[in-house]
Write a protein that binds this ligand. Structure first.
Ligand code: RIB
Length: 312
């Protein structure tokens, strides 16, 4: 049997407070919501859970607050069997929280209050170095300080560990710090914010990816929702088609994509198959309510993969 992949996630942990509504309220308007869901979230934590559910051994490096949410967030990691020995509580600070609004079409709007995530510093990575060094992939997002993200990229490079950066939420980045990233994976709006180029169509995505490659990024995957993902590298570009599903809540779909992709790659699957599988894993997560609780186990996923035969 192939070796179990080991994925290290350095990133955020939040608690998601999700309200389901028919339409978003107008300024000054009060409306009734249809349903409420409280669950664990945060892009980093979600990616760690997706990777774990897909079968990897996973460690998480994060900070949580000294409030009600902090200890239960650590318990949540433990309940999945994720190594949370480097998820630390910061005294006197709130945990990261995310009020989320999901409309009738499953589209979401998210506000993140970073809280303790802002206290994850480069020295925390140095303390976690012994477990990070075991990783096949280090997975990063942008809900923690940028200096910490850049430090993790340098750490990955100097230790010969492959690195995935999901620049979410979109922030202005110093692209010269990203030369050692193996996969740079923004969605359309993140790609747009980072490059200043419009990304409304697949053609736009191609131009944007081309510009990122020209600025020294090794491999770019622009995720395009239902349309799939555009893979770009020095050898050219390929659109990996997505899967059509009945979406009820798209929250966390991008995280499901990243966490599962890291595992499929680390298992040694060819890149295009890893991306096709990640497209399906992410699409299926939108058919269920919630963030982490919408992610499929590996056996549930393999059944779906068999049924769809790798095709949408
Ligand atoms: O990507 C979805 C996540 O974004 C939510 O879980 C929320 O916490 C924010 O981080």
């Amino acid at each position: 049997m192939a070796k179990q992949p080991y994925i290290a996630v350095v990133g955020s942990a939040n608690v998601d407070l999700t309200t389901f509504i028919d339409e978003f309220p107008r300024p000054g308007e009060t409306i009734f919501g249809k349903k409420f869901d409280l669950g664990f979230g945060g892009k980093g934590a979600n990616q760690a859970v997706a990777a774990r559910l897909c079968g990897a051994a996973v460690c998480m490096v994060a900070k949580v607050g000294s409030d009600l949410f902090g200890p239960v967030t650590i318990e949540n990691f433990n309940s999945f069997g994720i190594d949370a020995s480097h998820v630390r509580i910061v005294e006197g600070v709130s945990s990261g929280v995310a009020p989320i609004f999901v409309d009738a079409s499953g589209q979401n709007r998210i506000i993140v209050v970073s809280g303790a995530n802002d206290a994850l510093l480069p020295q925390d990575l140095d303390l976690a170095a012994p477990i990070l060094r075991k990783a096949d992939y280090i997975v990063l997002q942008l809900e923690i300080p940028l200096n910490t993200v850049y430090h993790a990229i340098h750490f990955a490079k100097s230790n010969g560990i492959r690195c995935i950066l999901n620049p979410a939420p979109g922030r202005v980045l110093d692209l010269t710090e990203l030369a050692a990233v193996d996969y740079f994976i923004p969605n359309e709006s993140e790609a747009e914010l980072i490059t200043g180029m419009p990304v409304h169509s697949i053609e736009d995505a191609r131009s944007c990816a081309d510009s990122l490659l020209g600025r020294g990024i090794r491999r770019v995957v622009i995720t395009l929702g239902e349309r799939g993902a555009l893979l770009s590298g020095p050898e050219g570009m390929e659109l990996i088609p997505g899967f059509r599903v009945k979406t009820i809540d798209s929250t966390g779909a991008g995280d499901a994509f990243i966490g599962s992709f890291a595992v499929f790659l680390a298992e040694g699957l060819p890149e295009v198959e890893a991306l096709t599988r990640a497209n399906l894993y992410a699409a299926l997560s939108t058919t269920r309510v919630g963030t982490q609780k919408s992610f499929l186990s590996r056996s549930e996923f393999e059944q779906e993969w068999k049924v769809r035969g790798g095709r949408s």
